[in-house]
Design a protein around this ligand. Sequence first.
Ligand code: ADP
Ligand code: MG
Length: 291
Amino acid sequence: MRDVATLLEALPYIREFHGKTVVIKYGGAAMSDPALKEEFARDVVLLKYVGMNPIVVHGGGPEITTFMQRLDLPVEFVEGLRVSDAQTVEIAKMVLVGKVNKDIVLLINRHGQPAVGLCGDDGLLFRATRQASPSGQDIGFVGRIERVHVDLLNHVAEDYIPVVASVGADREGNSYNINADEAAAAVARALSAYKIMFLTDVPGWLRDPNDPTSVISQAHPDLVEASLRSAGSGVDDQGVSGGMRPKLQACLDAIHGGVSGAHIVDGRVPHSLLLELFTDAGQGTKIGATS
Ligand code: ADP
Ligand code: MG
């Protein structure tokens, strides 16, 4: 009976989301654990089958780090962003575009919906410019997305599930490493997506980063904004650091760009994506102007 109840609970959500675009930032354990990878691919395919328009944007942080270490190259982060010299960008691009992207495409294909892998260079999908860290430090070839070629994505999404690797180039042809949370937000804004979902390795945005039970299940964008500001000033009441900073900033950018909800969900939990989208209880953190 529980199965039927679950389906019935999902029905209003399926109706609400029909035809809507959902951008999914794929990362963390869901991208490295073989069983979770399969579940993820199946979930994305299911979203397409029920009439949603899923767009996957991915990073590949751990894999980039692994390859860097294999080559004895230093790995450094500033304010949650990877410090990227020319060599780092070269490796990031090889790993993200050549390996991680194609692995995801293959998995989704195998679960019954054809996917197409893209990076910022394909069809001029992204135009990037160099950016400094939030506090102004030089972090090398770390890019910010200036422009997203929306027609290209819409065109591909008509028949395929787009899978986007977060690298891109500027007008002069210099390549940049782009934080995948930022890239996902830029894509969601440009497409006027209905929702953006971030799969990560924590249960959500935590009030206390050391306490996994302290998930903030609903947050108004104003709270996120205030927390990011105080995190930068050292008055760290909400404890936002590391990769959670660009993630929360990406949530804000998406919301300010017209996306109705930004969700941070635990990618270590099988089917967290479906649970967050299609059940009343939800699962992680939902950020939005309305409840
Ligand atoms: P992803 O691959 O999903 O982008 P990141 O490592 O970049 O993962 O960002 C998530 C990390 O941010 C968490 O694993 C955690 O260590 C850190 N973090 C810092 N502050 C918080 C917080 N308040 N709530 C949750 N995570 C936080
Ligand atoms: Mg990150």
